[in-house]
Write a protein that binds this ligand. Structure first.
Ligand code: COI
Length: 356
């Protein structure tokens, strides 16, 4: 059990107005959680302090070699006033998996959850209540040793910041256009593709800019070796509905194991829908589109929730999906997952955790 010192701000910011669209990741709450690590001492000095800039040496290792882990989860305000987290255990488990991969010391699971609950409770008033909004929680760890040699650091800072958010994409639940990347790759098996760390995201920027310039929201990655099998979209996992079956790439070491991805798989099983986790080649998608069996495409992610895909572009081929509209199952997964998150639907899986 952490002993968390709480220092409340003396200059609280105003809450966003009801008509603020809460553009993703632009507004931050009054407080943040911090905890330090030092080899020999372990994690210590857990505290909640006013949200403010932090001071680091220019030589801090995170700036040079990118030793950092981050996570993303959300808190919701239920109609009955309860504050609910969605599957925080999955994020915490994945955070420590990332930590192990990039040599950051693990954070005890119960301390991690206690820290999330404490900072969310402190800024509970910032949880927005309009449909489609939530409080995005961003835990992260950075390496802070002032040192330019390449090795795991001896000192780290663990922080949790909070941001009231609306939809991740400006399109909201409207279908997005996705560019299938055949020039650059995101990750290969054995690399860091399944870890949630900044390096994977910086690797995606060049392609994202290229896609944006062509009018596409995001990039869909193919595998790094054969450049043939579908992997993921930079900020989401991807699902296809082909001839009545829901299909998603199997976790293969280079794909991020998404929490919403897992939730869609579990719901499909519960509903008795045929669901397959397997290799999917881009040729199979192209063929399915050509013969009319590609019924729906959607992305899943904490930030994006369920994001229907209305168009895929692969080389010179433009594949319109479901007439560019929101598919029946995309809508059903969205309604069910957000219904559970908001405490409106029965939580058969015990996915929600109340912050008291
Ligand atoms: C999330 O969905 O929470 C993510 O971390 C994706 C991020 C790149 C916005």
């Amino acid at each position: 059990m952490l002993d968390i010192r709480i220092e409340k701000t003396l200059a609280p910011k105003e809450l966003p107005k009801a008509d603020n669209p809460l553009k993703f990741g632009t507004i931050f709450t009054n407080h943040m959680f911090m905890m330090n690590y030092e080899t020999g001492k372990g994690w210590h000095d857990a505290r909640i302090v006013p949200y403010q800039p932090i001071s680091l040496e220019p030589s801090a290792m995170v700036f040079h070699y990118g030793q950092e882990m981050f996570e993303g989860l959300k808190a919701y305000k239920a109609e009955d006033g309860r504050v609910l987290l969605f599957r925080p255990d999955k994020n915490i488990e994945r955070a420590n998996k990332t930590n192990r991969r990039i040599c950051i010391p693990e954070i005890p699971e119960e301390d991690f959850l206690q820290a999330i609950k404490a900072v969310v409770k402190t800024d509970e008033a910032w949880i927005p209540e309009k449909p489609g909004t939530s409080l995005y929680i961003r835990p992260f760890v950075i390496a802070t040793d002032p040192f330019l040699g390449v090795r795991p650091a001896d000192t780290y800072l663990f922080m949790i910041i909070l941001s009231p958010v609306g939809a991740y994409y400006p399109e909201g639940l409207n279908p997005v256009k996705i560019w299938i990347e055949d020039e650059y790759v995101r990750a290969v098996k054995g690399g860091i593709g399944e870890a949630k760390t900044g390096g994977n995201y910086v690797a995606s920027l060049r392609s994202q800019v290229k896609a944006h310039d062509e009018g596409y929201s995001q990039v869909l990655w193919l595998d790094g070796i054969e450049r043939k099998y579908i992997e993921e979209v930079g900020a989401m996992n991807i699902f296809f509905k082909i001839n009545g079956t829901i299909v998603t790439p199997q976790l293969n070491g280079s794909i991020l194991p998404g929490v919403t991805r897992d939730s869609v798989i579990r719901l499909s099983e519960e509903w008795g829908l045929p669901i397959e986790e397997r290799k999917i080649s881009i040729d199979e998608i192209y063929e399915a589109h050509k013969n009319g069996t590609l019924e729906e495409v959607f992305g899943t992610g904490t930030a994006a929730v369920i994001s229907p895909v209305g168009q895929l572009r692969w080389e010179e081929h433009i594949m319109k999906v479901n007439d560019g509209g929101i598919g029946e199952f995309s809508q059903k997964f969205y309604d069910t997952i957000t219904g559970i998150q908001l405490g409106k639907l029965e939580d058969k899986f015990n996915w929600t955790v109340e912050v008291k």
